[in-house]
Ligand binder design. Structure first.
Ligand code: NAD
Ligand code: AKB
Length: 351
């Protein structure tokens, strides 16, 4: 059990001030968090920040990114332009905001990372080290997401265990494994309460995805909601783990609120909700959108990346150690995605 060799015990996870609609309260002892979120303008951050604000209070969550958000998002709570790879700037922002927790989302994703591996290395490793150093210095807790990309072609593909071979073949994956190890090191060596999830591909409707291999699973919905056919860049049978954003947000907050003493693992937990290939989603969408068709124009780079990732990861460690369970299955996700996208005036599209 890894926690048995912990050098210090300074668990300062983000505890809730009171029950909200996002996740049920776990802790009777209210510890009111002040949270700094890096990379907050991305696919996950643009939904995690509102969820955190709903739970902890709008003025207790500082949204930061290198990009300035849209005016509506700016009005919703505090925002600061912040380069997550600059430790002095991150440290000053955390100090000024009196943060006790950082959710570190700033990253370059897999497809963009293969186009510019040096940038992926600089942002992903530079950002993670900067945030961990600030956390060590100021005694903050930290959430650092990993990914199914932390696995590689020599990893067992079906029922991928929590602890297994991790030899990824993308720069993104290399930074994710290195990030997991660094997070474990800062926990063991300095007692930093750092936790992480290996997110699968995240399906969401609010913000476009940021340049990953699983982006097709968002783009296909945007096209279907507009009544347009979709041309997919992965092969029809390329199956990967996926999760709908409400489950991803809940997993994130539940992990950060979990009792640290129960966590044998920390960086990072396998979590999944469903396994999807383009063919599967195409079939379910065609049932709901008459005439909807998916065509294939396979991008060999992204197809090879997808081929190197597992088909189905085993998330039993998360289930056992902090009670993780997904709620959205394929049908529930499809209905909710279509409803939300159709309600938008101009559904985004990267496709
Ligand atoms: P995204 O690409 O949509 O957003 C990343 C954000 O980081 C962007 O808003 C970008 O402007 C910002 N950013 C880039 N460089 C920065 C820097 N130097 N300083 C500050 N901000 C910077 O990514 P996402 O999908 O929201 O992913 C968030 C985290 O979750 C990442 O660590 C990613 O690896 C992980 N993850 C995402 C998925 C997914 O399907 N979305 C799956 C697995 C893991
Ligand atoms: C990507 O495709 O790069 C991300 C991920 C699974 O980490 N969505």
């Amino acid at each position: 059990m890894r926690s048995g060799i912990r050098l210090y015990s300074s668990d300062r996870s983000c505890r809730e001030p009171g029950a909200t609609q996002v996740v049920p309260a776990h802790h009777p002892t209210a510890h009111v968090s002040r949270i700094l979120v890096t990379g907050a303008g991305g696919q996950i951050g643009s939904e995690l920040v509102p969820a955190l604000r709903e739970r902890y209070g709008a003025d207790r969550v500082l949204s930061t990114d290198i990009r300035t958000p849209a005016p509506d998002d700016l009005a919703a709570g505090p925002f600061q332009v912040l380069d997550a790879t600059d430790p002095l700037a991150v440290g000053a922002a955390a100090m000024r905001f009196e943060a006790d927790c950082i959710y570190h989302l700033a990253a370059i994703l897999s497809a963009v990372g293969e186009r510019d591996p040096k940038l992926a290395y600089q942002v992903n490793m530079g950002g993670t080290v900067a945030v961990l150093e600030v956390a060590r210095d100021q005694g903050l807790s930290v959430f650092v997401p990993s990914s199914i990309a932390a696995f590689g072609p020599t990893t067992p593909r079906d029922g991928t265990p929590q602890d297994t071979v991790q030899r990824p073949t993308t720069m993104y994956g290399v930074t994710k494994v290195s990030g997991e190890l660094l997070c474990d090191y800062y926990h063991l060596r300095y007692g930093v309460d750092v936790r992480g999830l290996r997110y699968p591909g995240i399906v969401s409707w609010k913000a476009p995805p940021g340049g990953g291999t699983t982006d097709w699973a968002v783009e296909i919905f945007v096209h279907a909601a507009r009544g347009e056919d979709y041309t997919c860049f992965l092969p029809a049978d390329s199956r990967l783990d996926m999760m709908y954003i409400p489950d991803a947000l809940r997993a994130t907050i539940e992990l950060m609120e979990a009792d640290g003493e129960r966590l044998e693992h920390r960086n990072a937990f396998n979590v999944t909700a469903m396994q999807l290939a383009p063919r599967d989603l195409a079939a379910v969408l065609a049932e709901r959108v008459p005439g909807f068709e998916v065509h294939y124009d396979v991008d060999p780079v992204r197809a090879e990346i997808a081929e190197s990732w597992p088909d189905r990861i085993d998330d039993s460690a998360a289930r056992e150690q902090w009670g993780w369970a997904s709620r959205y299955d394929l049908d529930a996700m499809v209905d909710d995605m279509l409803e939300n996208l159709r309600a938008l005036d101009h559904p985004h599209s990267e496709g």
